[in-house]
Design a protein around this ligand. Structure first.
Ligand code: ZZB
Length: 270
């Protein structure tokens, strides 16, 4: 399975001031969000991680010549880092990942990020129960306009003060962020995740069966009938624009390719 890994940069001030990032002063640090829908990047509102997951910061050589080597630092699960080390994202030796430090999902919550092409200057890392550490990179870009999981999880955080308290979430990380129309789907409109969640009576992010139905429906509709309404390819069908957006992100170094072998995955962390 081939994902696009979107590079969400941890804000420089955080790297300079945060105690756990001492070893990374002056470095470029990115969370790598695995997506199959790169064309929805224009509607990202936040980044999801598994609060009970284990993550690491990994050193990756991105270019090398006789003068100097250029390195970047990627945050993802150890499992994803191992996979990446076999895909040209190693620290200088094929198949070897170099872990700089480990971080718990909980420590990542609330960090501000810069997301390429996204409508907000900064977005925040938030917890979602349906993020699996056994799939992709364990980091997900949230697009509540087009992903039912994201739509419902963001709404849960807005509606449930208990959830915000449990994870010590600040209002400013959540409330300014509303779904942004990106894809228009005939009969569904431009917030298809909301429509699908209402159609299948999804009441919380724990409603996994209803969420699955909602997701299957909008995946199909969005891909075959969806038309972009945001970004440089607005007006084009998703089918036509998807690969152009993917190639733009890759050539502008805003994303990397991330592959993983196909094997049975569990859909929940833990
Ligand atoms: C942005 C996005 C926008 C996504 C959308 C979906 C949709 P699949 O088919 O289940 O493999 N994802 C990636 N990694 C994880 C993870 N570790 N745990 C939970 N979810 C994960 O789906 C791949 C999608 O699942 C990815 O694409 C990512 O969310 C999420 F409008 O990225 B997507 C109808 C779906 N719409």
């Amino acid at each position: 399975l081939e994902y696009i890994g979107v590079k969400l940069q941890v804000e420089k001030e955080v790297i300079e001031s945060h105690d756990s990032f001492r070893a990374l002063k002056g470095k470029q640090v990115f969370l790598i969000a695995a997506t199959l829908r790169p064309e929805t990047i224009y509607g990202v509102t936040n980044c999801w991680i598994a609060s009970n997951g284990i993550y690491g910061v990994y050193e990756v050589v991105v270019s090398r010549d006789s003068e100097k080597t250029e390195t970047e630092y990627y945050i993802m699960t150890p499992r994803a880092a191992r996979n990446m080390a076999y895909q040209g994202y190693d620290a200088g030796e094929f198949g070897k990942q170099k872990e700089i430090l480990q971080l718990s999902g909980e420590e990542l919550i609330g960090l501000p990020l810069k997301c390429p092409e996204c409508p907000f200057d900064r977005i925040y890392i938030l917890p979602m129960f349906n993020v699996s550490t056994q799939k992709g990179t364990g980091v997900v870009m949230s697009v509540p306009s087009d992903s039912p999981d994201d739509y419902r999880a963001l709404l849960d955080l807005k509606e449930k003060v208990g959830l915000r308290e449990k994870f010590h979430l600040k209002n400013e990380w959540i409330f300014p962020f509303e779904p942004v129309p990106v894809v228009d789907v005939p009969t569904f409109g431009d917030l298809s995740a909301k429509v699908a969640c209402e159609k299948f009576h999804v009441r919380s992010q724990n409603d996994v069966d209803a969420l699955k139905k909602a997701k299957d429906l909008v995946y199909l509709k969005g891909f075959y009938e969806g038309k972009l309404v945001k970004g440089p390819y607005a007006g084009q069908l998703v089918q036509e624009a998807k690969n152009k957006i993917k190639n733009d992100l890759l050539s502008q170094k805003k994303a990397v390719v991330y592959c993983e072998p196909e094997f049975p995955v569990v859909s929940r962390s833990g």
